[in-house]
Ligand binder design. Sequence first.
Ligand code: MF3
Ligand code: CO
Length: 274
Amino acid sequence: MIHYKTPAEVELMRQSALLVSKTLTEVAKILKPGITTLSLDEFIGAYIRDNKAVPSFLNYRGYPYNSCISVNDVVVHGFPTKNELKEGDIVSIDVGVFKNGYHGDHAYTFALGNIPEEIIQLIRVTKESLYKGIEKAVAGNRVGDISFAIQEHTEKKYGYGVVRELVGHGLGKSMHEEPQVPNYGRRGSGAKMKEGLVLAIEPMINLGVKDVYTEDDGWTIRTKDHKPSVHFEHDVHVQKNAPDILSDYSIIEAAEKANANLFSEYNAIAIHQK
Ligand code: MF3
Ligand code: CO
């Protein structure tokens, strides 16, 4: 069953989504080679609690950390570790918070230092595909319109692998609500969207093949060919005329640009968020 939110609920959800954005902004300020992803996870947990919220991921189906930190060929659900990040790594940081009864859940992929042109393009195109999907998240359209837009821009146009096993989702009092939002599919298929629907739209796009596998820890998802994968996620409120993006990349991108340890040239290229 789909849970449509009232305007008052949407405002609470905006607060939850923005707390995730602020958390990712603080992470963007301290990211650098040599830092461990476990220390980032501890920082994330403390920041969320300082803001009178609870990390949504911790203990979710037994998940043992505050955040998911997925490096290079890890697609999503990476465990934070004592390994140090190094120049050339790309790192997807996925954060969820529960506050005032509602979840925020979104993610951003950062690049440390200089990375090859083909990975810069993968990051840029994955972010573009997120906005192309979001454009379709208006009342009267179908969920498949979002899926199709993402797949067209990534798989059809660039030949990237679109992960099939993991999908976006409805968001609200639960972290995963109906409907599922695949990053592949047919235009005009799936549920018709109505005002008040809130979706977490999250393309997971591989440089190489679409195939992935789960590690023995039961969580870590890796690309089968060990080529890198990129993940961006926004929380989006469906309205009549235009989508309402509840999360905010502008503060993350400002911190990213100000941090000389992060590659951010692609920010200048194609940001559709106003
Ligand atoms: N953004 C991810 C999702 O929507 C985060 C959930 S992972 C878990 O599924 F750690 F919470 F399990
Ligand atoms: Co999600």
